[in-house]
Design a protein around this ligand. Sequence first.
Ligand code: TMP
Length: 230
Amino acid sequence: MNELVKGKVKTVFSTSEPDEVLIQYEDRVTAGNGKKELNVKDKGSTCCEISSIIFKKLEEYSIKTHYLSNPTYNSMLCKKVDIIPLEVIVRNLAAGSIVRQTTLPQGKLFYKPLVEFHLKDDSKDDPLLTPARMMLMGYDPDTFIDTAIAINSVLIKVFHNIGLDLVDFKVEFGVDSKGNLLLADEISPDSCRLWKTGTQKSMDKDLFRNDEGGLMDSYHWILKKLQETN
Ligand code: TMP
């Protein structure tokens, strides 16, 4: 196994199968583009298991993902993809950057989900893209919007069933060797905002971003609830 990519919280390794990779989830949490980081015991395996449950659930709804299996607690066997350098964000309620950058108040409910795109490039601070800029870069926003909305519908249900409101989330896509567009990366409380139903009580990485503490208590609770309901 050779290391192919070392990300902030995951490492990608080659396998004996040329079209498959092993993604190892590390015991690390980062925020603010890596400006803030901490080693956190059990965090890798917890996010890996949460992500595996969610990818399997999305596959049940015919959403194509890179997920193949979960061979160990902290690793995921996945189809090898070329990651598209876009972060696709879906928002149901206003929080985070949209509150900082607009006049929308925290917790404002949107009449339909908002899909936004950022460039995936830490060296440029992941700027928000316009549809016209995306087109000039060779990406049609419509390629991603329907799938992002479908993922949102499934995730809203999955989290509602365990007593959480899905505020927003980020996903990434990749293209496999056969040219299929697949949902890739991870879906976990690291990449979603989740509030206890009907409240603004954070159960996600905002606990770390905002120095509130209790990150692993929350992640363990989410995993346990997902295991009980799926
Ligand atoms: P934002 O409010 O900072 O734009 O983030 C929106 C959602 O996307 C939130 O759930 C966190 C997630 N996200 C990531 O997972 N990685 C990122 O690099 C960014 C910018 C956001």
